[in-house]
Design a protein around this ligand. Structure first.
Ligand code: VGL
Ligand code: ZN
Length: 198
């Protein structure tokens, strides 16, 4: 089995009622669970920030959520406090099937840098170790689902394509934030990178 399903950030804070809710985020849980049965491997990612993380607008005086600032590693959107380690918001959606997961990969745990992608932190250099895991297991076809389409799903899929994996994004099983045209931009970037939008 060379095919992996990678489920991005299906956590309470990204679902309706959460701190950084994505519209319809909870609608895709049942479909994602169903998709797991055909996968050779299932990997879940979990956004996992320490309290006071540098991506939180609350840490930047004079800034509000969704402002963009320049960090030493590049532009960074400032978010409401979300997915704080150990909080209810950081937990997976209660209906997500955790039993099929081979690996739960946490990201964004370094206070000074965000990590949208499952492969690299936002400096595009610091590795999460996922590439090594996938290659060691011979997993070369990757299907991405989850939240949010235009941030963590897109950045993960783009990195995967750059690394030479065969990549699909299953659009029906994703939902987006859509900040300043980010959905249109992400879709164009995914297409240009050779990612199949299924
Ligand atoms: C995400 C913003 C901040 C995501 C995570 O999962 O797309 N977006 N942290
Ligand atoms: Zn985050």
């Amino acid at each position: 089995m060379t095919h992996a399903l990678i489920v991005i950030d299906m956590q309470n804070d990204f679902c309706p009622g959460g701190a950084l809710a994505v519209a319809g985020g909870d609608e895709i849980v049942a479909g994602i669970n169903a998709q797991m049965s055909g996968a050779g491997a299932v990997i879940l990612t979990q956004d996992w920030h320490p309290a006071g993380h540098s991506s939180f607008a609350s840490q930047h005086a004079g800034h509000a959520p969704f402002d963009v600032i320049e960090m030493d590693y590049g532009p960074q959107v400032l978010w409401p406090d979300h997915c704080v380690q150990g909080s209810a918001g950081a937990a997976f959606h209660p209906q997500l099937d955790l039993n099929r997961a081979d690996l739960i990969l946490r990201k964004g745990f370094r206070a000074g840098i965000d990590s949208y992608s499952a492969f690299f932190e936002n400096d595009h250099k610091t590795s999460t170790g996922l590439e090594g895991y996938l290659r060691t297991r011979g997993l070369i076809q990757l299907d991405f689902v989850g939240l949010a389409t235009d941030f963590c799903v897109a950045w993960s899929a783009l990195d995967a394509a750059r690394l030479g994996f065969e990549v699909r994004v299953l659009g029906d099983l994703c939902r987006g934030i859509n900040l300043d045209g980010s959905m249109v931009r992400a879709t164009a970037e995914l297409r240009a990178a050779g990612v199949v939008l299924a």
